[in-house]
Design a protein around this ligand. Structure first.
Ligand SMILES: [Zn+2]
Length: 299
């Protein structure tokens, strides 16, 4: 990853199959992708290798190489947003100020904090590089679904970096079924969230100079995984490989949902929403998602 930075992101809301997609990408011999989350510091998460993160040899070594103890005040293994120094009052104050501004104005605000943004980008590039080195890979795909991080990188580097965005869609009715189950959300709020997120990704990345953008659907990844992965590997400029299988033990250090512990190489579309949500709820979700859903073939 020397020379022009290469930055690859999977962007989607929760419950879109990002863990599965990351697992399949990570099964490629040239790619490292570590699931759809950065380990939390709030509790000791279980890695895909089934060890706790604090005892997993991969995450322990990565933590040492990146000196992550300096971020012990953050909620995660690495900070989710740029930071000024956490060791003095001025740094903490500046961090709080910019984070408030971020909440209000979005990730574009970090243009006005270029030193913090550069340090943040450098930290993540180091993370990508060290993770690849540990797994003898050459390409890192950031599957942690952080639109903020992708925007900060884009604003900082522009066309000086090679940026690839994999925009993952899922049927909004399937998304609603998961949101209802895990968050007790209404059809209206869920469909609005789905629409706003996908519009934002398109607005920020589709058709932008210097950005390669690929749209892919969760249902296609599940229905024809080999064909979908071949399309992704062409997009990432690597040779096609058969990746629809359980991970090799030395690369099995992803973070994500419980499918990581049970994946046996069989990929199936989760159609359970068809029975679990009423016809009226399905219609309401589609009505709110509108053309953003029908254009993807969800009707
Ligand atoms: Zn592990």
């Amino acid at each position: 990853m020397n020379g022009r930075p290469q930055l690859n992101f999977v962007l989607c809301p929760s419950f879109h199959g990002a863990t599965l997609l990351s697992l399949l990408l990570n099964n490629h011999s040239e790619i490292t992708s570590l699931g759809d989350a950065i380990p939390s510091r709030k509790y000791d998460q279980t890695c895909a290798c089934q060890a706790k993160v604090s005892e997993c040899p991969f995450w322990t070594e990565l933590g040492k190489r990146l000196d992550v103890e300096r971020f012990s005040e953050c909620g995660n293994f690495l900070p989710g947003l740029p930071l000024y120094s956490t060791r003095d009052g001025r740094g903490r104050h500046a961090t709080r100020w910019y984070r408030k501004a971020h909440k209000r104005f979005g990730p574009g605000i970090w243009r006005f904090a270029p030193r913090a943004a550069r340090r943040f980008a450098g930290l993540y590039q180091d993370f990508y590089q060290q993770a690849c080195d540990l797994q003898s890979a050459t390409i890192f795909v950031d599957g942690s679904k952080s639109i903020e991080r992708a925007v900060i990188f884009r604003n900082l580097y522009g066309p000086r970096a090679k940026m690839r965005i994999i925009h993952l869609y899922r049927d909004p009715r399937g998304y609603f079924n998961s949101c209802k189950k895990h968050r007790d959300q209404s059809a209206e709020s869920c469909a609005r969230e789905w629409t706003e997120y996908h519009r934002l990704v398109k607005q920020e990345f589709e058709g932008r100079r210097g950005i390669d953008y690929l749209r892919i659907c969760y249902e296609d990844v599940c229905h024809q995984p080999s064909a979908a992965m071949a399309q992704l590997f062409a997009f990432l400029d690597v040779a096609n490989e058969d990746v629809v299988r359980p991970p090799e033990p030395h690369k099995n250090h992803l973070m994500g949902n419980k499918m990581l512990a049970t994946f046996d190489g069989v990929v199936q579309v989760d159609w359970s929403w068809r029975e679990r949500i009423s016809i009226a709820e399905q219609q309401r979700v589609l009505q709110i998602a509108g053309s953003d859903a029908t254009e993807r073939g969800y009707h």
